[in-house]
Design a binder for this molecule. Structure first.
Ligand SMILES: C[S@@+](CC[C@H](N)C(=O)[O-])C[C@H]1O[C@@H](n2cnc3c(N)ncnc32)[C@H](O)[C@@H]1O
Length: 261
């Protein structure tokens, strides 16, 4: 756990605030987020990095030394991704009466602790088409949350990759039984189910390698596209999607596995 004294709090406003939050999920040690209609408050371990966005105003809030240390963890809650699928950090209790699938993901310095809409779209799509694949590859794994879903469902062979070192460390900690590589999809072996939650630009760049990994025996799940970006990705897939799922502003699509002779 980070030193609470090092946590700093910033308020982001302006048209680019949501994109800045997406960027921070990948590039900073984000400890907490509070999204309101006109402002996004972020808790960071350390100073806010320079944000590459034009329409953005940033204001730092003082951390009151007379108050208990602000950690950002105060904002954490269990996130009900689907009626029977929940993500929570280990320090948040399971909601009373919940008996579905639980993913325990500590917030660290890797993207994917369940609060981001693209992660939720990916999880919902994977959950909807899950057919107990013999193997799964998670491209752009971040914290490892999508591969964790597969592990919890009993998938016996898990691989993951990410180009960010901290993500690889976080995913290795979360998934001790998985093979986690630093690098892109070309570092992975073919798998029956392939999942990737990345920006549309990143999906376009990696799509040939992602499709090369996919045996087609189980599902292909792609998430992280914004509405106008979906058709460009669909045009490059070998078949029409069986599922299209929207968690504003992101879309996830899934192709089910085809029986092989
Ligand atoms: C939006 S995050 C998704 C994290 C997690 N899978 C989730 O669903 O919450 C995208 C991740 O993809 C990684 N990434 C971007 N381009 C990549 C590439 N070419 N190969 C592997 N990982 C990549 C980023 O470092 C980042 O961790």
């Amino acid at each position: 756990m980070n030193d609470p004294a090092a946590v700093r709090v910033y308020v982001l406003t302006g048209a680019d605030a949501a994109m800045a939050l997406d960027w921070l999920h990948v590039h900073a040690d984000l400890q907490g987020v509070m999204e309101e209609d006109l402002a996004i408050t972020v808790w960071l371990a350390g100073e806010l990095p320079t944000l590459p966005f034009a329409d953005l105003a940033v204001r730092e809030l003082p951390v009151d030394a007379t108050q208990p240390p602000v950690t950002g963890l105060e904002q954490d809650t269990a996130i009900l991704v689907a009626g029977d699928l929940l993500v929570r950090p280990p320090w948040v209790e399971r909601p009373a009466g919940f008996a579905g699938i639980e993913l325990l993901v500590p917030r660290g310095n890797a993207f994917g602790s369940g609060e981001h809409a693209s992660t939720q779209a990916a999880l919902c799509a994977l959950h909807a088409v899950w057919d107990a694949p013999a193997s799964l590859a998670d491209v752009g794994t971040g914290s490892g949350i999508l591969a964790l879903y597969a592990q919890v469902r009993g998938c016996p062979a898990l691989q993951a990759c990410d180009i960010e070192g901290p993500a690889v460390v976080a995913a290795q900690e979360l998934l001790p039984g998985a093979v986690v590589h630093l690098g892109g999809p070309d570092t992975l072996q073919p798998a029956d189910c392939v999942v990737a939650n990345m920006t549309a630009t990143e999906l376009h760049a990696t799509l040939p390698a992602i499709l090369g990994l996919w045996t087609g025996r189980s599902a292909l799940v792609l998430s992280g596209m914004r509405g106008p970006e979906v058709d460009g990705i669909l045009a490059r897939l070998p078949a029409a999607p069986d599922l299209r799922l929207v968690r504003e502003p992101f879309t996830a699509i899934a192709l089910r596995g085809r029986a092989t002779p």
